[in-house]
Design a protein around this ligand. Structure first.
Ligand code: UDP
Length: 471
């Protein structure tokens, strides 16, 4: 009986490790609260296997999905995601029906909108786990009300859009998926947005202090005029712990050894998410900016997209991509890492003083919990919106001018590095992000806002479960 009474939730991430990892962090929060979790995974069998070994307390279930048969024909990777997830609905349904006892909630990722149909059919409360900024949720919920109906955003880049609780946003800074209103992807997303309030609530990887205005707007129902906004629970920041769960924690990346030899807060770290790449011209320009700044740097570099290389970058190719003699001249104060660096551990290192980031939300949260000011260089998807939140609302970073143009110039890279590393404004940014770091830690403490929000969410679940038991 004890076992049957235990609250159980199914977590349902979207495709890819980038969605699976945050769900596993969420699973750990449930476990700490004594809730059983099953993570149902549609693809990424390798990542799932690794995570299952590292997290023996979490149950993982692989859901088989029939091939959609049109893998090459998608106009956008998210179109494939939406299609595959829709095709996964029957497998999700059978899996939920075959469980020994009904689960208390289905928590779905922001792209799994179709799964809420399965939850509705089986009478399981469905919640979204939103892994971008709360302000992005406010924008998505409000988008059906103010999305321009006559022209595409890309044709009016300077037009200013207004969303409750969010600074005014230029059309060009809206998500790349929404830029062309005639595109499949914009249509699909516009279809998803008004369905989101069908969920029972939103768990969000953010914290109240960080996004107070967006939270207020959502709570007051300003983002969904005429219909109620489901409750919002900011339960973050949940970030990956760093090396501890890779199973190889004794192997320390060489760049961390290098950071050990650098003075405190002296190094500028440049890293652009799991997919960020730059043209060869931009790599040269960035190299010149870093060199001219005179500051120390740790820079993660990948093949430019025009190289169409899918393999890891080789040292000799790197030589060819940066200005002649650059690596030699900066040998004493710079380290270029090919392809990938252990970002969380780098950001936590005392030697790091600034972070040049593409503004992916996980990267932003990692900068916040490490107290490292950001130089924002948004590239794709919702990153330009995050840049607006980080710079204008939260005041935790500055922007590199020209990010929307073909090339960010070397002197701009130099100027922003100097601003953060040398100026009073940089000092203020650092003080503010150190405050945000403290506020994040407070939010997660027992009795902190994120802890309380999670408790409220669980209370809601349990209330429903016990009401059902009585009937
Ligand atoms: N990351 C990393 N090393 C790298 C690049 C990325 O560890 O060289 C990690 C980073 O710490 C973050 C994630 O990959 O947790 C990227 O997530 P984010 O939301 O910032 O960007 P996305 O990859 O989704 O664009």
């Amino acid at each position: 009986i004890e076992k049957q009474m235990k609250t159980t939730v199914v977590l349902y991430p979207s495709l890819g490790a980038g969605h699976l990892n945050p769900m596993v962090e969420l699973a750990k929060v449930f476990l700490r609260r004594g809730v059983s979790v099953i993570v149902a995974v549609v693809d990424s069998p390798d990542a799932m296997g690794r995570l299952a070994i590292a997290n023996p307390d979490i149950a993982f279930q692989h859901l088989p999905v029939p091939p959609t048969g049109k893998d090459d024909k998608y106009s956008h990777p998210i179109m494939r995601t939406i299609d595959v997830l829709r095709a996964a609905n029957p497998a999700l349904r059978s899996f939920l029906l075959e469980l020994p006892a009904p689960v208390d909630a289905l928590v779905v990722d922001m792209f799994c909108t179709d799964a809420i149909d399965v939850a509705a059919e089986l009478d399981i409360p469905a919640y979204f786990f939103f892994t971008s900024a709360l302000a992005d949720l406010a924008i998505m919920l409000h988008l059906p009300y103010n999305f321009p109906r006559t022209a595409s955003l890309k044709d009016m880049p300077e037009a200013v859009l207004h969303f409750p609780g969010v600074p005014p946003i230029r059309a060009m800074d809206m998500a790349t998926t929404m830029q062309d209103r005639e595109s499949d992807i914009a249509r699909a997303r516009l279809h998803q947005c008004p369905r989101m309030p069908e969920a029972r609530g939103f768990l969000v990887n953010s914290f109240d202090w960080l996004e107070a205005r967006a939270l207020e707007a959502l709570r007051r129902g300003l983002c969904t005029p005429g219909r109620s906004t489901p409750p919002v629970y900011c339960i973050g920041p949940l970030v990956q712990p760093g090396n501890t769960n890779t199973g190889r924690s004794w192997e320390r990346h060489a760049c961390l050894e290098w950071l050990d030899t650098q003075p405190n807060r002296s190094v500028v770290f440049l890293s652009f998410g799991s997919m960020g790449t730059f043209s060869a011209a931009q790599l040269r320009e960035t190299a010149r900016g870093l060199e001219n700044s005179g500051h120390r740097f740790l820079w993660v570099v990948r093949y430019p997209p025009e190289h169409q290389q899918s393999k890891s970058m080789e040292p000799e190719d790197l030589e060819a991509l940066v200005p002649d003699g650059f690596l030699e001249r900066t040998r004493e104060r710079g380290l270029v890492v090919r392809n990938w660096a252990p970002q969380m551990e780098v950001l936590r290192h005392d030697a790091v003083g600034a972070f040049v980031t593409h503004c992916g939300w996980n990267s932003a949260l990692e900068a916040i919990v490490s107290g490292v000011p950001m130089i924002c260089w948004p590239l794709y998807s919702e990153q330009r919106m995050n840049k607006v939140h980080l710079v204008e609302e939260m005041r935790l970073g500055v922007v590199v001018e020209g990010y929307e143009k073909e090339l960010v110039k070397a002197d701009q890279v130099e100027a922003k590095v100097r601003l953060v590393m040398e100026s009073d404004e940089g000092k203020k940014l650092r003080e503010r992000i150190v405050m945000a770091k403290e506020m994040a830690a407070d939010a997660l403490k027992e009795g902190g806002s994120s802890d309380v929000a999670f408790g409220e969410f669980l209370k809601g679940l349990k209330k429903k479960s016990s009401a059902e038991l009585k009937t």
